[in-house]
Design a protein around this ligand. Structure first.
Ligand SMILES: C[S@@+](CC[C@H](N)C(=O)[O-])C[C@H]1O[C@@H](n2cnc3c(N)ncnc32)[C@H](O)[C@@H]1O
Length: 206
């Protein structure tokens, strides 16, 4: 007989937010959203790390973004989130306005690599601060390209969480292998949800 184990709080936020989250959970597979367990982990990780400047690559309709913004409400931080599909990001913006209107959010529309290059340019010109947390959840084949750019815009001590590591293992293999052999990062694959890779930047590469 299989034992049913309760893994996380069934309800955590205010009624309005829970209503939006449960409605998004009904269409989760259509919009490729995180499951609740992974989203809860993401939310806790940002708070535990006291991250204040978060970058998300792959907004979709804002499900994971809501969990990130809720964490940033506690750490008093800001989210920058990238999506190339305008309609999805406009839905995300509406969801953010309902669930976390008080938290600062900069939605960016465009192809992730192009947007990341622009952001990096701003950081290098001291027009923007480096990030302390990055959540990667867009085109699996591009994870390695995202990393090459993200590495230059992540503070030492910063964290990268990448989704779909086990579900798309072949597509992201160059990413996982690069991280595991990178002396500047400590990494581990987490075997829940679709498999996530957690990487912490130990030091800057010189
Ligand atoms: C897995 S979904 C993101 C789910 C979201 N993080 C969540 O859990 O609610 C990936 C999103 O990335 C977007 N995307 C895919 N490739 C992209 C790219 N090259 N540039 C920008 N966005 C991209 C897709 O349109 C899709 O909405």
């Amino acid at each position: 007989m299989e034992i049913e184990v309760k893994k996380l709080n069934s309800k955590y936020f205010d009624d309005k937010t829970e209503e939006v989250l449960s409605s998004l959970e009904k269409t989760r597979t259509e919009f490729w959203n995180l499951d609740r367990e992974c989203a809860n982990f993401l939310n806790m990780l940002i708070k535990i790390n006291n991250s204040k400047n978060v970058l998300e690559i792959g907004t979709s309709n804002g499900y994971s973004g809501i969990w990130i913004l809720k964490a940033l409400k506690e750490t008093k931080g800001k989210l920058t989130t990238i999506e190339f599909w305008e309609k999805r990001q406009s839905t995300a913006r509406k969801n953010f306005a309902i669930c976390a209107p008080e938290v600062s959010c900069e939605p960016k529309i465009g192809s992730a690599v192009v947007v990341l290059e622009d952001i990096l340019d701003e950081i290098q010109k001291n027009k923007r601060e480096k990030f302390d947390f990055v959540f990667i959840d867009a085109n699996k084949k591009e994870y390695i390209k995202y990393f090459e750019l993200v590495d230059k815009m992540l503070m030492a001590g910063g964290v990268i969480l990448a989704d779909n590591i086990l579900s798309h293992y072949e597509k992201v293999k160059d990413y996982t292998e690069n991280l595991f052999s990178n002396p500047n990062y400590q990494s581990q694959i987490l075997d829940f949800g679709t498999g996530m890779m957690l990487s912490r930047k130990i030091k800057e590469a010189f």
